[in-house]
Design a protein around this ligand. Structure first.
Ligand code: ADP
Length: 326
């Protein structure tokens, strides 16, 4: 971002310098044009006076003078036109180069963030599994403890699996993803995802409001992924006393899926960017939450593939509300 600002300042200075040079060039040309015009008019006057043998003459009445004036004006417009074309081309050129470079910088920043986060996301479950297995080897633990640690190890394995699935889905969504649209009981699908989420997240208060028998032709697995991602985010970006609301309703033929939380909220200027691949709010060096910046990218792609829309609103009393319309 710092590089971005320096680039903007540098381009601004270059544009300003070139525009000033251009302006100076135009002024000089205009002066020369003026001098030439005056010289030619004087010459014409002298020639006429000599020919006619008179001492005084109003040169502006001569037809040749009018031709000279036309020539002078033509030159003026030419100078102004050239200066304008050159100036506009210059500004546009620098603007497009600047924009392309800024995009490259942003993409590089996002890639760097992704690498940092993915390294962390891989390292921590692996370290846990490593520790659990080493403990099993070194110590003779009672069956109860072995069971408890094995459950923890399994959770870490599921976390790793989820991470790889996310990367895999995101990569496949970039190409032609084989969606399998079929009549699905959405009410049941959402309900099941919420129930399984509830089991693994005991510390959250869930408000569930799911209308029965909402049937729609969707890719069931993708829809599961959408709800899971939104729930995981609602959980991840909320602090203590987490409250998540999930509602599914059908009104006038439209289906509304809403996931609302009481978390940190999302600033208005971030609400478009968070759907970009690898984009995460803030900087990877200072951020505490884990993630890859792939979740909402996947959600958005899936919703779009179902001809749906996704909106973000601030939740009443703080937090965020994701509204999906199908
Ligand atoms: P990840 O959660 O892996 O970082 P996502 O694509 O799911 O990636 O989300 C992108 C960013 O959007 C997150 O890094 C986070 O800053 C922000 N975000 C997503 N969901 C929420 C939410 N419910 N509340 C606040 N911020 C959120």
């Amino acid at each position: 971002m710092k590089k971005n600002r320096s680039l903007r300042i540098l381009s601004f200075i270059v544009i300003l310098y070139m525009l000033m040079a251009l302006l100076w060039w135009a002024i000089l040309l205009h002066r020369k044009n003026n001098e030439v015009f005056i010289l030619k008019a004087d010459l014409l006057k002298e020639e006429y006076m000599n020919k006619a043998g008179i001492a005084q003459l109003d040169v502006t009445t001569l037809p040749e003078y009018k031709e000279l004036l036309k020539d002078y004006n033509r030159q003026m417009y030419m100078i102004l036109g050239e200066a304008a074309v050159f100036g506009i081309t210059l500004i546009l050129g620098i603007y497009f180069i600047n924009r392309a470079f800024a995009r490259e910088l942003t993409a590089a920043e996002k890639q760097k963030n992704f690498l940092l986060s993915i390294t962390h996301e891989l390292k921590s479950p692996l370290a846990s599994i490593n520790l659990i297995l080493s403990t099993f080897i070194k110590r003779n633990l009672p069956a109860e403890k072995v069971n408890e640690l094995s459950q923890d190890g399994l959770k870490e394995c599921v976390r790793l699996e989820d991470l790889f699935n996310k990367i895999l889905i995101a990569t496949r969504l970039d190409k032609a993803f084989p969606f399998n649209f079929e009549e699905t009981d959405l009410s049941n699908t959402v309900y099941q995802v919420v129930q399984s989420f509830k089991k693994s997240h005991a510390d959250v208060l869930l408000n569930i409001d799911i209308q029965d028998n909402i049937i729609k032709a969707v890719d069931r697995e993708s829809m599961v992924s959408v709800v899971k991602n939104l729930l995981e985010n609602a959980y991840k970006y909320s602090s203590a006393e987490k409250q998540i609301g999930v509602s599914l309703k059908q009104v006038d033929g439209k289906i509304y899926l809403v996931v609302a939380d009481n978390g940190v909220g999302i600033a208005k200027n971030e609400r478009v960017k968070i759907f970009e691949q690898f984009y995460r709010i803030g900087s990877e060096e200072t951020r505490e939450s884990k993630g890859t910046g792939l979740g909402l990218y996947i959600v958005n792609k899936i919703v779009k593939a179902h001809n749906g829309q996704i909106g973000i609103e601030s939740n009443t009393g703080g937090g965020t509300k994701f509204i999906i319309t199908l």
